[in-house]
Design a protein around this ligand. Structure first.
Ligand code: COA
Length: 188
């Protein structure tokens, strides 16, 4: 079980639960074609984002297998919402979790996604006690792959054309980190 204390502050960011007045900022991100290029969905309408925001607001703890923690990534200085991160509890038996992230393109290239994602790994390994955390992505999504490599996650493999997304077969890449690798990284 994971019930973090919010906000989670980093050097430049605060991660916090979503609130109803995040709709405009979330829509500004989720309605963009460039943001959705490597995601499973097409740019979302305002109504779709509003429905998704309701779900995000309800997922601030991990109680059971299958739960996914959804957090808004905001700038510490201004409070501006610049993206979102996700930590899912995929398996109790195998002690596995999954991470994901999306940033507004105006804020790419500054290390914000990495700064937020490290907190997901910390929550997963140190607070939830996971054994393995993985990330899955379209293998063509190099910005995301580079980010996972910077985090110290291992490239585990590329599954050729194993998903049919938006009318085309796509390769899926998997990256992962084990608890002892996290300890080596943070204590070593
Ligand atoms: C995936 C995504 C979050 C990565 O964003 P990003 O800005 O490239 O990642 P970071 O915030 O870690 O920034 C890293 C970049 O900032 C640069 N940078 C600048 N200042 C930095 C700092 N202080 N610390 C770390 N990196 C810094 C790095 O060199 C790196 O540049 P590079 O990728 O050209 O080598 C972004 O591309 C995105 O939102 N894409 C759309 C949604 C998506 O595809 N999500 C992933 C689904 S699997």
């Amino acid at each position: 079980m994971l019930r973090p204390t919010y906000p989670i502050k980093t050097r430049r960011l605060a991660l916090r639960p979503y609130a109803a007045d995040d709709l405009d900022a979330l829509f500004a991100i989720e309605s963009r074609a460039d943001v959705c290029k490597y995601l499973y969905w097409e740019p979302r309408t305002r109504a779709e984002v509003a429905a998704d925001l309701e779900r995000r607001m309800a997922t601030t703890t991990l109680e059971n297998e299958g739960d996914a923690l959804r957090l808004a990534v905001t700038l510490l200085d201004t409070g501006e919402l610049i993206g979102g991160v996700m930590l899912a509890w995929r398996s109790v038996e195998h002690s596995g979790g999954e991470i994901g992230f999306v940033l507004h393109p105006d804020h790419h290239g500054r290390g914000y996604a990495g700064e937020a994602a490290v907190q997901l790994l910390r929550l997963g390994f140190e607070d939830l006690g996971l054994h393995r955390v993985f990330a899955r992505l379209d293998a063509a999504n190099r910005p995301s792959g580079r980010l996972l490599e910077r985090l110290g996650m291992r490239f585990e493999g590329r599954f050729r054309e194993n998903e049919f997304v938006k009318g085309a077969w796509t390769d899926e890449a998997v990256y992962a980190m084990l608890a002892h690798e996290w300890r080596d990284l943070t204590e070593g």
